[in-house]
Ligand binder design. Sequence first.
Ligand code: ATP
Length: 623
Amino acid sequence: HYEDYHPTKQLSVNWKNGQNVPFLFLAKAFQEIEQYSGRIKTTEILGNCFRSILAKSPQSLISPDYFGIELGIGEQILQKAVSKSIGRNLNFVRKEYDKKGDLGLVVQATRSNQMFLVRPRPLTINDVFSKLHKIAECHGSNSQEKKISMIVSLLVNSRECESKFIIRILQTKLRIGLAETTVLIALGHALYLNEKYYQKKKNLKRKINSEILDKYGTTVKKNYHKYPNYDMLFELAQKYGIDNLTEKTKFTPGIPVKPMLAKPTTGVKEVLDRLEGYQLICEYKYDGERAQIHFLENGDLKVFSRNSEDITQKYPDLVKFIPNSRKDSVTSFVLDSECVAIDPKTGNLRPFQVLSTRAKKDVQIEDISVDVCLFAFDLMYLNGESLLDKSLEYRRKKLYESFNEIENKFTFAKGMQTKDLTEIGTFFKKALEAGTEGLMVKRLDKDAYYQPSKRTFSWLKLKKDYLKELSDTLDLVPIGAYIGRGKRTGGYGGYLLACYDEDSEVYQAICKIGTGFSDENLEKFTKFFESKTISRPLPYYQVSTDLSKQPDIWLEPAVVWEVSAADLSLSPNYYAAYGLAHPKQGISLRFPRFKRVRDDKDPEDATNSDQVLEFFEKQTLHK
Ligand code: ATP
């Protein structure tokens, strides 16, 4: 129904061409999307809103992930800001919050009952965006107070449902059931429809064809993964037309691509079954930190983490020696690699725990206490040319041709090309003896291009864990804590963990955990969560309503922990992958054990519910 829906009329918010878009238009669109659950409908609503904005006031305002902009707003700050903005005390705010379950609704309901001497000035999207920027830039003394007053100024100017979404944006969770993929596809639809029909006043009715829409949705999605910057993509599409977007979107050194990911497997046999008919390369799976290394033509070197954060400051040693490893002919490159702690005398690999003791900011070369070696396993860009669409076989060839190894500093990941079950088994053993986590097995020739952010059967991981437990660990978010007893008195003794459901933007409780923690960790975590406790589960937590099954303390989602487990089971008390394996039950972990903190993942990168379901199904198959 693209043709029948006119958002400015339907949402009854209009504005003059070329003027800033009222924030109420966006807020009402969110409200509308919240009411529907189907992907098709939400894509269409959003696609139409994009079309109105594109046609009337083309602009784009979204900071890419790799700028590292963090709002840094906790629940406490928000509650204080709400209290100030409505002129009621904190107790009132908390009581109303308990009743309504949404802080934004507390503002909306209270304000609609208040009389105003001065009508609030209507907010525009630009107003809200620039305020958010200022909030993110606010550091140092008094920053809390300053942040609160900026939030208050947004809230007192808000109308209708705006406050609800301002609060949710500040919580960095919209909770309207809108995954980023849908946003990208809707943008593709809007760009296409506007360019081809809308602006030319051609009749849309007979022209809309879902296959074509899909094609353009996918175009935007794919280009975003290779160039994750909405502003730039939008500009390119406007300037050159949607049909030329792929050609004009150049994977660019300095802008991180989303890394390609691997699927877990349960053993060599499964690997071979999955990859039958393909040429394979088996590589050591090093246990360090993923590092995407960008070398720019101007001689700059940047290091990006798994979640596209700029971590160059952490690795001044890489900045110094990596450029020396390239051959003279190399003027720019992007490498995919694992940065691993090593013993500089023997070259022996050291466990990830050692790397995690390395400082993260303003590291000076003279102060480095943990030496690292970079193990390069892929080359995505070379001398002005993207290699993303080339096969791994080609990319590896270029990698080997373009660099020289530097002992204990820069090495190619150890690999072996084979399809033989026994040979892979022996190589796997060797990998474990060398102190790695196991093997990565990758397609070399067919379907072997670099797929940013994709987790497919092109890359499989074979970990030592599969011998005794699950085939892989899970990365989970603590959302609640239990008061320690006995030896653990005085701190938290256990935690409630959750996985993340991307579609509904909800953390789903998966298990309680109490083992695997050192005393030192228990103490450290208790301290860490001191400023992150909240009085009630957040509206985007899916947890048991039975009070006896709830934790003593609720926590904000703030960190990701890697956890192993014996197996997964269906459970009426937990909500991971709820309804997917059983209509009225979720999935829970049995005998979970804490392994380590995952600094390179944000809470939203935690294991998602589809992955939990996959683990569960695979295990059932196995049994
Ligand atoms: P995710 O699959 O979501 O990244 P994860 O980070 O827990 O989860 P791992 O089980 O650690 O994934 O496996 C993938 C990681 O292995 C890569 O992100 C990379 O950091 C690391 N790695 C080590 N050696 C290699 C290699 N030779 N090729 C590719 N990745 C490797």
